[in-house]
Design a protein around this ligand. Sequence first.
Ligand code: IPM
Ligand code: MG
Length: 370
Amino acid sequence: MSRHRVAWLPGDGIGPEVCDAARMVLDAAGFEAEYLNGDIGWEFWRVEGEALPRRTLDLLDHTDCAFFGAITSKPAAEAIRELVPELQSRGLTYRSPIVRMRQLLDLYVCRRPCRTFRGNPLNYRENIDLVIFRENTEGMYIGVEFPRIPEQLRAIPQIKALPADAAISIRSVTPGASRRIVEAAFQYAVQHGRRKVTAVHKANVLCATCGVFLDAAREIAANYPQIEFDTANVDAMCMWLLKDPRNYDVIVTTNLFGDILSDLCSQLTGGMGFGYSGNIGEKYAVFEPTHGSAPKYTGQNKVNPLAAILAAKMMTEWLGELEIARNIERAVADVVERGAVRTYDLGGNASTMDVAQSVAESVRFAHAMR
Ligand code: IPM
Ligand code: MG
């Protein structure tokens, strides 16, 4: 078996705990890799003024992919107050390291599978199996924001008409980025026997930006006559998803709508304890549980590690270790269905590591049966 090089980025809060859990399962599954630890998160912001230090970016440069736990983010003013005194007046701005990795490494696909596991008491309905393709590099996430309108922009009539104390955020949507995310969604649909792709937008109000996205989606869809294609406004989509999520299959959308819809879809399939993501580019990818750092649970060995374990599964799949990926997913299904070992979110009192151990045993069994 090839030896993979994985940048290991546990981050803040419960990040290290769920990463340990994922690691236990990866080892049990027979996944062989060299893990290289990287610094990321709040402590590095506080002490160095940079949550994603240069040395970590270099590490990403020298690895095949990264596994990321979670990071703490705080509002701008609070972020500045928490800096060590000597950095306080440097005019630094906190930027989310996960958003930066997505943009700097051009990880343009954020793939977020949301499927139910049988026997999960939190399933909203049984047999939900959706995959969200979230555009991961532009949209509302470009970080072009002004707490007060800059003078230069006041020359634009629509901006001049705004109240003097307005804050503004700029959304950028390009045909190129829209095409490639929609293309990725259709490619996935073809490769995985999916029947339908739904493009989600708000083109009735955000005419310019969502118009570009929708045009690109229609253009790409025309190349895939064998896959059903439809479109929906994001507000209606939330309603339809609650009405019957089984009517949907592959969902493709812009960055912020994808962020919102993915939490909604995670909840349909067991909550944030099951939400996982692959941030995938042409040559590099970062895998992560979608949940945050949950500071109040830090160090308690309490949270559900299945999201991190499923993110690890997705990583092995991306690295071409398909059998390992299948075994991990089966082991998760097995543990959820047996129901004997469950964290608090599923009504149980097992710890993070109890669940990891239980998945590891199940996966070791599958590995031994090869
Ligand atoms: C996610 C998260 C991030 C996002 C945060 C942590 C910046 O909510 O991955 O969905 O908004 O993309
Ligand atoms: Mg989110």
